[in-house]
Design a protein around this ligand. Structure first.
Ligand SMILES: Nc1nc2c(c(=O)[nH]1)N(C=O)[C@@H](CNc1ccc(C(=O)N[C@@H](CCC(=O)O)C(=O)O)cc1)CN2
Ligand SMILES: Nc1ncnc2c1ncn2[C@@H]1O[C@H](COP(=O)(O)OP(=O)(O)OP(=O)(O)O)[C@@H](O)[C@H]1O
Length: 211
């Protein structure tokens, strides 16, 4: 690792520790109040934009709780895709999910889609969602994001770019976070995927990407 790279990864690790502690300090009442506000903004935005397909994540640890968003998206007849991690390769497979009963605890104890052999054959047919809601430990207004350090979302984005259907509209990447997760600057590596928007309990921000 070059010295610049190792410096960035050291700063990222410090920020991960700091933000994990701060997020864990929110009470469960605060977390559910803030989460429902963020989900409300996200749902309003989906409605305004007429978005019919989205990729979400099922929260774990003290993450912003996306359950209200997913439940309402199903009620609104939107297509909901959820990821399943493949720890050995660092990739994620993406699956359409229609109910909580379609999930089981996967790697890291996160609720993930139950995959049948039929689904595996159909994976290639899944079209890109219009929107990707992204988890994270910290975000900045330039679109920077810090995750748990395994690069799953960065790799997902790179794989979509590589598969690149030029006629397809690229998905809009939206970080979901508590306001306390916003920082002035997340240290970024070249491979890090930038967010287009952020939604916190204070509302929606459009990121000035990488400026
Ligand atoms: N709810 C949710 N689902 C998600 C993500 C996420 O951030 N949130 N991911 C977003 O990528 C992927 C899972 N990524 C993860 C990456 C690392 C660890 C983890 O436990 N890391 C250790 C650090 C040491 C290690 O690397 O083993 C830790 O935090 O203690 C957990 C999940 C896919 N699904
Ligand atoms: N497109 C890619 N191809 C291969 N490796 C990648 C790619 N993107 C990121 N990585 C690797 O993933 C690791 C984690 O990167 P980083 O520290 O930026 O993770 P993160 O964005 O915080 O985590 P996550 O996306 O899991 O929440 C790094 O070792 C990086 O080299």
């Amino acid at each position: 690792m070059s010295s610049k790279k190792s410096e960035i990864s050291k700063v990222k690790q410090q920020l991960r520790t700091e933000k994990t502690i701060a997020r864990n300090e929110l009470s469960s009442d605060q977390r559910s109040k803030l989460s429902s506000e963020v989900c409300h903004y996200a749902l309003e935005w989906l409605e305004t934009k007429g978005i019919t397909s989205l990729m979400a994540y099922v929260s774990f640890r003290s993450e912003l709780d996306t359950r209200p968003l997913i439940t309402q998206a199903w009620k609104d007849q939107r297509k909901v895709l959820l990821p399943r991690v493949i720890p050995a390769s660092g990739e994620m497979s993406i699956h359409a999910v229609n109910a909580w009963s379609d999930l089981e605890p996967g790697a890291y104890g996160i609720q993930e889609p139950i995959v049948s052999s039929r689904d595996l054959l159909e994976i290639e047919e899944i079209k890109l969602p219009a929107v990707v809601f992204v988890p994270g430990l910290a975000f900045d207004l330039q679109g920077g994001r810090l995750g748990y350090g395994r690069g799953y979302y960065d790799r997902l984005r790179a794989s979509w770019e590589k598969a690149g259907d030029v006629s397809a509209q690229p998905p809009i990447w939206i970080g979901l976070a508590y306001g306390m997760q916003l920082v002035p600057r997340v240290p970024m590596d070249e491979h890090d995927a930038l967010m287009d928007m952020l939604i916190t309990e204070n509302g929606i921000v459009h990121c000035r990407k990488g400026e």
